[in-house]
Design a binder for this molecule. Structure first.
Ligand SMILES: [Fe+2]
Ligand SMILES: [Fe+2]
Length: 303
């Protein structure tokens, strides 16, 4: 955090964070991934090496699950980002630890499913994990309004993406697993959305600046994931996550739920930011239409 006003904001919002965290603990019931994995299908990869013909779900679904898993594998870097800027011993810090623990189950669960059901090449998956984690995706944000605007959008985006990936597997186990993970992301989204709402109420100009900076160039984290562009295009074409899905299921709901268009009494700077934010959906939709014209109309699995 570079500015005094950032420290003041973080300090002023500590009671809000405590309240939102208590609500989160009441709302979220812990689930156990071992209940959902088809362990009885597991076999030795040494005695019976993996072959693609053993896969039980379609190729696009496999690509989507692997990409979503590698995004979850990046968790230490998300943790480091929040840990770097949030005061030690504060409610913010307590939340970061709780959130990290809950997130930690996601990669374990998806990896267990993929390996047990033989829906990925285990060597390639491990090599990709190594490449992803040794590079590490570290979003370049340092101000609280940016960090929490980013995490709000990121949680909502992963909720949509996990749920859609589960749908296109056409496999009951995978669907159920991804539904549980998506539900977690939704709980996290509600926490971050609440933090951001409090920032908007307290300091609209700073909050709107953070939202604009992060939403203008919002991307699913992917630097360091081998073949990220190719894989992203594939999941975009499958309708799991693409610009139209982003527009309809992330950007529009965020702007609406935070009431950005209805904010009144803003100073000149905040009004300018508000106008720029309200112009974003049309820009994103223009990009979505250009993508669809180039790659063919995307099927939409979207929730
Ligand atoms: Fe997650
Ligand atoms: Fe999450």
């Amino acid at each position: 955090m570079a500015y005094n006003e950032d420290f003041e904001l973080v300090e002023a919002l500590e009671p809000t964070v405590r309240k939102l965290m208590a609500e989160h603990r009441d709302r979220r019931k812990h689930w156990y991934f071992h209940d959902l994995i088809p362990w009885e299908e597991g076999r030795s990869f040494v005695k019976e090496p993996w072959e693609e013909s053993q896969a039980t779900i379609n190729e696009r679904a496999r690509t989507s699950l692997v990409l979503n898993l590698l995004t979850e594998d990046n968790l230490p870097y998300y943790h480091a980002l929040l840990n770097r800027y949030m005061p030690e011993g504060s409610a913010w810090d307590e939340w970061t630890r709780l959130w990290t623990a809950e997130e930690g189950q996601h990669a374990i669960a998806i990896r267990s499913y993929l390996l047990t059901s033989r829906n990925c090449d285990p060597v390639e998956l491990e090599d990709d994990r190594m490449a992803t984690m040794t590079t590490g995706y570290f979003p370049d944000y340092s101000r609280p309004a940016e960090l929490f605007a980013y995490t709000s959008a990121q949680e909502l985006a992963t909720r949509v993406s996990h749920r859609n990936a589960g749908k296109i597997t056409e496999d009951e186990t995978a669907f159920e697993l991804m539904r549980n993970i998506a539900a977690d992301e939704n709980h996290h989204f509600m926490f971050y959305k609440g933090v951001m709402q409090a920032m908007i109420d307290l300091h609209p100009a700073m909050a709107l600046e953070g939202i604009l900076n992060t939403m203008r160039n919002f991307q699913m984290p992917g630097v360091g994931i081998p073949g990220f562009v190719r894989r992203s295009i594939e999941i975009a074409k499958a309708g799991v996550y693409n610009l139209r899905v982003h527009h309809d299921n992330v950007l529009m709901p965020l702007l609406k739920q935070w009431g950005i268009g209805e904010l009144k009494g803003l100073d000149a700077k905040a009004s300018e930011l508000q106008a720029a934010l309200m112009a974003l959906p049309a820009e994103i939709m223009g990009k979505a239409e250009r993508f669809e014209a180039r790659f063919g109309t995307a099927a939409t699995a979207s929730v």
